[in-house]
Write a protein that binds this ligand. Sequence first.
Ligand SMILES: C[S@@+](CC[C@H](N)C(=O)[O-])C[C@H]1O[C@@H](n2cnc3c(N)ncnc32)[C@H](O)[C@@H]1O
Length: 359
Amino acid sequence: MNVKGSISGVDLFCGAGGLTYGLQQAGIDVRLGIDIDIASRHPIETNTRAKFIQADVSTLDPNVIRNAFGNSEIRLLAGCAPCQPFSTYSRASNSPLQSRHRLGRIENWRLVEKFADLVEAINPELVTMENVPPLAQQEVFEKLLGKLKSYWIDWQIVECQKIGLPQTRKRLVLLASRLGPIKFKKEEVKPKTVRDVIGGLSKISAGEVARKDPLHRSSRLSELNLLRIRASHPGGSWRDWPQELLSPCHKRPSGSTFPSVYGRMEWDTAAPTITTQSFGFGNGRFGHPEQDRAISLREAAMLQGFPEDYSFLPHSEPISFARIGRLIGNAVPVDLATWIGKTLVEHVNASLPDRSPAL
Ligand SMILES: C[S@@+](CC[C@H](N)C(=O)[O-])C[C@H]1O[C@@H](n2cnc3c(N)ncnc32)[C@H](O)[C@@H]1O
């Protein structure tokens, strides 16, 4: 029998383990993480107490999840199913004389549907799902809610800064429970700043690696980009640069639609959303507040809420910016995951009868 409030979890699409790690921080016994990407094995099995199985969730046998839960009384199925966009050609005009075709982007939410099917098959006591806010406008979200008819539900678009994350990131979070009405935990947290989180890390220059931490490394900058970052102000953009540093695309009127690329972060505010490309100065406002470089992989991870010693790959393996950047940028921020976990633990404690032994 479980002790009161004890929850066991399975994390589908576990990635680097932001969700698994944060749920465990809140006291949830996440036992298994599943992902198609083998790169998830090391971070899951090194930093968390969960086991890892490499599998394609779209063809996953629900018994894999049932076995992980064993006879746990309170089971949480958690997941962050990615959207799988693919490109397609569509007719730009009906006129036979204009048989032009246009490249379009179709968003495929098949994995969210699969998540809903697995919820139906397992019927866990608790469900949580994290995703991008536009999912709320998709038909598949309605379908998911339809499959959760026997659950109490709360969902919202969370501004992560409000729960303490030093990042202006918005995420859709869904909570569902068969135990009783569930509501997000109210959190009044002073938002952390970039300085609070990465202000204590050692100084490195562009292309350098810190002696004590191989992940505290920043990407190289070309001579031109070095001049550009030197001309960049915290919170500013390429618009602060002198004419000779601008590229032709900045000079085109369309360049004005990307004011926030090639910028520096500010010490005393939140960072922009950390993406899979946040190690590149030209990919967003990812310049360090005062050092002439983009943020390091470690800084990106810490701005996502990972602790400073979180290990993303074995020491023996070479570090790839693309691979680690993807794991970090795709993660559920740890602060968000911990807040979700605390909400679930409080909910379970409030819903279950007290089982402390009679004296
Ligand atoms: C948004 S990330 C999840 C992040 C993770 N929850 C975390 O907190 O670190 C989505 C993950 O889905 C995985 N994925 C994509 N397609 C998949 C599939 N068909 N089966 C299993 N995992 C898949 C990707 O490898 C990626 O790690």
